[in-house]
Ligand binder design. Structure first.
Ligand code: TMP
Length: 208
């Protein structure tokens, strides 16, 4: 039987890593075999691309180059990890996927949505996540939390207005795809966030 594809999205500092581990434990407790992965990355080549797009460069990077690198990493990720795992009946839990491209390269950098949709159709065919959990917090809170971590990468160094556009695009996507999106208020205390996630997973597990 084909596995399910769950993606977690949100701006920086929403608590994706902590909650990803929580979701993995919940799914494994239900007897699912889970592959945890991330974008950009998830394969050796994809992790090299991740280093390229996240590191600061004196010569900068054009938005189109950034877009193409995200999809290059994704093509590798789909071919080597996601598609084989789903076909083997595993559940794939990914820290970000294509909606991050709509949010960051589309909303953030201003690349037209249609161009991203064309690449999505080309690289993924009909494959889309079965469930997307958007951890949502106001930008000021996310950036404050993210700022307490290590030195900012090329995205984390962006201005507040960039992240406001990213957040707005995620919320627009949630409206556009209500059947697969669930928005979690991640500004709540962690126990409440995890309670909300648990409720979403319970309903999802009962529906598949
Ligand atoms: P993170 O996984 O630690 O959140 O860092 C990944 C960064 O890459 C994050 O700032 C969002 C960005 N990103 C894009 O801009 N486009 C994409 O398609 C993906 C997957 C990530």
């Amino acid at each position: 039987m084909q596995g399910k594809f769950i993606v977690i999205e949100g701006i920086e500092g929403v608590g994706k890593s902590t909650n990803l581990e929580f979701i993995r434990r919940e799914l494994e407790a239900e007897g699912k075999r889970v592959v945890v992965t991330r974008e950009p990355g998830g394969t050796p080549l994809g992790e090299e691309i991740r280093n390229l797009v996240l590191s600061h460069r004196q010569d900068g990077m054009s938005s189109d180059t950034e877009l193409l690198l995200m999809f290059a990493a994704r093509a590798e990720h789909l071919a080597k990890v996601i598609v084989p795992a789903l076909a083997a009946g595993r559940w794939v839990l990914s820290d970000r996927f294509t909606d991050a491209t709509y949010a960051y390269q589309g909303g953030g950098r201003g690349i037209p949505r249609q161009r991203i949709a064309e690449m999505e159709a080309w690289v993924q065919g009909r494959l889309r996540p079965d469930l997307t959990l958007l951890l949502d917090v106001p930008v000021a809170i996310g950036l404050q939390r993210a700022g307490q971590r290590s030195a900012p990468d090329r995205f984390e160094a962006e201005h507040t207005a960039f992240f406001e556009r990213v957040r707005r695009t995620y919320l627009d996507l949630a409206h556009l795809h209500p059947q697969r999106y669930r928005v979690i208020d991640a500004s709540q205390p962690l126990e409440d966030v995890q309670q909300s996630i648990k409720e979403v997973l319970t309903v999802f597990l009962a529906s598949v």
